[in-house]
Design a protein around this ligand. Structure first.
Ligand code: 9MR
Length: 382
């Protein structure tokens, strides 16, 4: 009896009504993200050594309680998994897989073919000094994909097979893969990944998906891959957004991809609140600007009006996710909390950004409860 009163009073304190879900595994009635959206999509976070090695229980509890999916922020990328040709290293990725298994979380593999964080040998001369050509690169790509996918077979649900192959204007990115193989490298990568792990879901992953030109190019890519009979499960919309992202264009992209009969995932969600120093914001890691104080305005804390703008933005975004939950299978944040987000160092090193749901003290930002309340109130139909 006492217990029931405790639950009720906690619910009232948090401002939830008696109709709210109290999940059996969570009798305190705390509304964890993964439970609230369990019928809609997985809720994930990017983690790596830092989080696994962390000694504070509160961080581990947060990761375990709030998230149903994880992805390695770096450890499954080619420079980590095959630092030298034919010599594989799965230490980081295996650690994350074990951690996720203990927590009952789904793991996504990120990523097989990407021009960035790709070891130099991939495009270098072979052991006889022959410069890389089409056949050599195809062989290396195949061996890499086979090696990594075979190792993680049955452990990851799906792979970001190709990452960031399209520019904002819809043209192919002029990467070494593209220069040597043309756009053929994409179907080849999907073919090899499927051969290596026929059960794994296969994704194309990119940023800037609110760009209409990129949206059209991704739609063309889906059609090409499907026309060739290749497995293609979902588009990963990285979703490195900012307070100024046009969410109506973003939503149009979800609709356009879903209309092709594939699933959609937000794979690297964060919402930057800091000014972008150049013209068009992007998530291309090679973009870099010199530090200037004026570009780091919230060093000592986030002002309430900016927090309110972020709250409004995230509430609109989650309303979109709920509206399209029949097509969305996962929403993954790129990091656990603001303190370790890559956005503190991109595109300017050493800034203080606030892009995630959890602040530097691992506390939920106040608007997260509003988003949960929105979801519980069923104001958006599935
Ligand atoms: O968050 C990652 C950061 O720690 C790495 O230094 C960086 C190196 O390329 O990659 C970051 O993650 C990227 C992801 O793998 C692909 N999409 C863009 C992400 C942010 O750059």
């Amino acid at each position: 009896m006492h217990h029931i009163f405790t639950i009720l009073s906690l619910g009232i304190l948090l401002g939830f009504t008696s109709d709210d879900k109290i999940c059996p595994e969570n009798p305190q009635g705390i509304h964890y993200l993964k439970d609230i959206f369990a019928d809609d999509f997985l809720v994930g976070t990017a983690i790596d050594y830092g989080e696994i090695r962390d000694t504070t229980n509160i961080l581990h509890e947060l990761i375990r309680n709030e998230f149903s999916a994880v992805v390695c922020e770096n450890s499954m990328k080619a420079d980590h998994t095959e630092p030298q040709e034919g010599i594989f290293n799965f230490r980081g990725g295996d650690a994350v897989v074990c951690y996720a298994e203990r927590n009952g979380q789904t793991v996504t593999g990120h990523c097989l073919v990407w021009h960035s964080q790709c070891p130099a040998w991939m495009f270098g001369p072979d052991s006889c000094g022959n410069p890389v050509d089409r056949d050599i690169l195809i062989r290396r790509m195949r061996n890499h994909i086979y090696g990594v996918c075979a190792h993680y077979r049955g452990k990851v649900k799906g792979w970001d097979v190709v990452n960031e192959a399209i520019e904002g204007d819809g043209s192919w990115r002029n990467s070494p893969y593209y220069r040597i193989l043309g756009d053929e490298f994409i179907p080849l990568a999907f073919q090899f990944a499927h051969e290596a792990d026929p059960d794994a879901e296969l994704y194309y992953n990119d940023y800037g998906m609110d760009s209409p030109r990129k949206r059209e190019a991704v739609v063309r890519l889906i059609r090409t891959l499907k026309a060739r009979g290749l497995r293609f499960d979902a588009v990963g919309m990285q979703s490195h957004l900012s307070l100024w992202t046009d969410l109506s264009e973003y939503e149009k992209s979800i609709e356009a991809f879903a209309a092709e009969g594939v699933k959609v995932m937000a794979t690297e969600l964060d919402v930057s609140v800091l000014p972008w120093p150049g013209e068009m914001p992007n998530a291309d890691i090679s973009t870099n600007f010199e530090y200037q104080e004026k570009y780091n305005p919230y060093r000592d804390g986030l002002p309430n009006d900016i927090l309110a703008q972020q709250a409004d933005f995230y509430r609109q975004l989650f309303a979109i996710y709920r509206r399209h939950s029949a097509d969305i299978t996962r929403v993954t944040f790129w990091g656990v909390h603001d303190g370790t987000s890559w956005l503190n160092n991109f595109p300017i090193h050493g800034r203080t950004n606030y892009p995630l749901f959890f602040d530097r003290s691992l506390q939920r930002k106040p608007f997260v409860d509003d988003i949960i309340r929105d979801a519980l109130s069923n104001s958006y139909s599935k």
